[in-house]
Design a protein around this ligand. Structure first.
Ligand code: COS
Length: 380
């Protein structure tokens, strides 16, 4: 199947999920406290069977991710409720290191609980002094008897400090860059682990974690000691196209709002859309959104088929889609005028939502670095 040619079932999935997001999930999202985990929303995502779609391999020998499925879910949710989209995405991001690299016991303990919306996950990579340069992370994992003690700080962490468990990336070997990083799964109630919420531009559940000698042992290891950097990168390879899908969903919602408005708003004696400049802007918005969508689907399909070069195709998809969505939402606001700036308007909401994806899970500049690195490798 060509990556850009969805099956009728996939088209139906997108339509159904978008409707559910709008009718069922958005009202639950609206009841949540800004910046905090909305457990009712997470539970509903579980009850609707949407979270379990992220983990098709649970209970089987295969733990293969369904990247294209993840993209379709995220695009459809984003077009109906960005809060529901974010809740689903954060569950996946925090859980995939366990699914990819955890033992059978770790997987059995956490993944089914996430899949039904009972457990909340966090992905703890970034630190105050290590963001884009993830290999510079310094959260110390110091050997202590049979295990390690974690000391340091993580920031911009999904679902912190409320998550039930975190995939944590820590430094087991000093001065070894990416070769000295180890991944652990750390329950949120471990002694010595505290944190606080952060108030972000869009009120997502994001926070800071402080580790004060938190005890971890071999049962908490994800994969092998000093091999945790690849655990983080594998999860990001999977999720980056789907960040692009989130952006495409927002762009689609903005485009539809702009087309509606241009058809109904009369100015200078005619609907706005009668102006060639408006028509051309709408056409450009639609074309760029579709270009981004094709790149996202293609990257998702490439991941699922295990094709070579997925880091690059994932990076390209995220880069194009998030930058495109910023343009499309901004253009939609320009067509609407001041009414789109009123607090609570869909486009005011999307304008705040669309900014972060250009930064998290690897800023646009990081994606360019990944793409360039691949070009240089090809050139020898
Ligand atoms: N899959 C598996 N392994 C990977 C990998 C991937 N996608 N990317 C890199 N690795 C491995 C490499 O093979 C290399 O291993 P060896 O040393 O054994 O050869 C190791 O990891 C280091 O790779 P590299 O030298 O490319 O690492 P860099 O320090 O240059 O890091 C970037 C590169 C910029 C890509 C990385 O730091 C990054 O992704 N930064 C952004 C972090 C991010 O997204 N943060 C947001 C957190 S979620 S909100």
């Amino acid at each position: 199947m060509a990556a850009f040619d969805l099956t009728p079932e996939q088209h139906q999935l997108v339509a159904d999920v978008r409707r559910l997001a709008h009718e069922v999930l958005a009202p639950i999202a609206a009841r949540g406290a800004p910046g905090q985990v909305n457990r009712e929303l997470v539970k509903q995502l579980g009850d609707l069977g949407l979270l379990s779609r992220l983990f098709p391999g649970v209970g089987t020998r295969s733990r293969q991710a369904a990247a294209l499925d993840l993209c379709l879910l995220r695009e459809a949710l984003a077009a109906g409720s960005t809060e529901a989209e974010t809740a689903l995405a954060l569950q996946g991001l925090g859980t995939y290191p366990v699914l990819h690299s955890g033992s059978d016991e770790q997987t059995a303990r956490w993944v089914p609980a996430v899949a039904i919306g009972d457990a909340v996950a966090g992905f703890a990579l970034s630190e105050p002094d290590s963001g884009s340069d993830a290999a510079a992370l310094s959260l110390a994992a110091e050997a202590d008897g049979e295990g390690w003690r974690l000391t340091g700080e993580k920031t911009w962490i999904s679902n912190a400090p409320e998550a039930d468990f975190y995939s944590v990336f820590a430094r087991t070997t000093p001065d070894a860059g990416s070769s000295g990083v180890t991944a652990f799964v750390v329950p949120g109630d471990r002694i010595g682990l505290t944190g606080e919420h952060l108030e972000m531009l869009s009120p997502h559940p994001i926070g800071r974690l402080v580790f004060d000698g938190v005890r971890v042992d071999h049962d908490d290891l994800l994969g092998h000691a000093d091999q945790g950097f690849a655990v983080a990168m594998r999860t990001l390879d999977l999720f980056r196209p789907s960040v692009g899908a989130f952006a495409v969903g927002m762009a689609q919602a903005a485009l539809e709002a702009a087309v509606d408005h241009a058809g109904s708003r009369v100015a200078f004696g005619a609907p706005l859309r009668a102006m060639q400049s408006v028509g051309h802007t709408l056409a450009e918005m639609a074309t760029r959104t579709e270009t981004a969508r094709v790149m996202v689907y293609r990257a998702g399909a490439a991941y699922d088929e295990g094709r070579p070069g997925i880091s690059t195709s994932s990076a390209m998809a995220k880069l194009v889609a998030t930058e495109t969505a910023q343009y499309v939402v901004d253009a939609a606001i320009q067509i609407h005028g001041a009414k789109a700036l009123v607090r609570g308007h869909l486009l005011e909401h999307l304008y705040r939502e669309v900014r972060a994806p250009r930064i998290y899970e690897g800023a646009t500049e990081v994606q360019r670095s990944i793409i360039a690195r691949d070009l240089y490798r090809g050139a020898g």
